[in-house]
Design a protein around this ligand. Structure first.
Ligand SMILES: O=C(O)CCC(=O)C(=O)O
Length: 283
């Protein structure tokens, strides 16, 4: 690794480096994130306390969960494209998509609520909204994950762009889409303990930064010594919150102070405009 002094890339003017906070979903806010005009938005109490509990209970009973991750081992339902061969990812996605709906039994499906409103808003601007595809197969619609681990960060500083550049995944349409567009990282929190805030640094690394740091396809982890040069926001995350932010900016989840007892659980997926007439979604 080079002895770098800074992360090459872009930063927002301080006046634009903030997250919009709402009490109900206005899908125009999400479109603004995807258009690159707003860094992010958080909608408080998007999911009711009762629905959070029901979805968590369904997750505990879900048959196809598995453990993934070395620095923050988490229990997962659904499949991430990260680092996967496309044949494997799409094969696993078909089976995940067939079963993930079980997580919302006896609850309102918050992803459906979100997607219906977003599709309507995008429709008004002439865009259709759909899952990303490859060879006529749909990408996994979302993941749900839950973790407890305590480290200095419960999810280390990373960007979500690098994973869209993996040469192994050439031909997957997210690679073109993510080339010049904001990446909407969608998260819905169902449980959180003390801590577990979303931290976003005011730096959007470029390919040179990732190359210099050897993070070309992982985007993780960015060294804190370099991040110290940038301002950051800590956004308190509570059960029921929906938040969408431009995942190209370096971000992390802060320490879970009572991580041995409390879990942090979220639903998550990514969004991106593709060309002039489509917006796609995957995870
Ligand atoms: O859980 C969060 O608040 C952020 C998740 C995240 O950064 C990611 O999945 O890449």
């Amino acid at each position: 690794m080079l002895n770098l002094l800074s992360i090459s890339g872009k930063s927002l003017p301080e006046s634009k480096f903030h997250i919009v906070e709402r009490n109900c979903l206005n899908a125009q806010d999400i479109v603004s994130v995807l258009d690159g005009n707003t860094l992010g938005v958080i909608v408080r109490d998007f999911v009711s306390e009762q629905d959070c509990k029901t979805i968590l209970k369904n997750f505990d009973q879900f048959e196809s969960t598995y453990v993934r991750g070395s620095d923050a081992p988490a229990v997962y339902a659904g499949i991430y494209h990260y680092g996967k061969d496309l044949e494997d990812y799409f094969h696993q996605s078909q089976s995940a998509n067939a079963h993930l709906g079980q997580l919302f039994e006896n609850a309102t499906n918050p992803i459906e609520t979100f997607s219906n409103q977003l599709a309507q808003s995008l429709g008004q601007t002439g865009r259709s909204y759909r899952p990303a595809q490859w060879k006529d197969q749909q990408a996994c619609h979302f993941v749900m994950r839950s973790w407890k681990d305590c480290g200095e960060f419960s999810l280390r500083p990373h960007d979500d762009e690098a994973q869209c550049k993996d040469p192994k995944q050439q031909g997957f349409e997210i690679q073109d889409a993510a080339q010049n567009n904001a990446l909407g990282a969608v998260n819905i929190c169902l449980a959180n303990g003390q801590g577990g805030a979303l931290r976003i640094w005011n730096v959007l690394p470029d390919d040179k930064a990732r190359h210099d740091l050897g993070l070309e396809v992982t985007g993780s982890p960015y060294p804190e010594t370099l991040l110290n040069a940038y301002s950051y926001l800590d956004i308190e995350i509570r059960p029921g919150d929906l938040y969408v932010f431009d995942g190209r900016y370096v971000h992390a989840v802060t320490q879970l102070h009572d991580g041995a007892k409390q879990i942090r659980a979220t639903l998550a997926f990514l969004l991106c405009h593709k060309g002039e007439h489509e917006t796609i979604q995957w995870c």
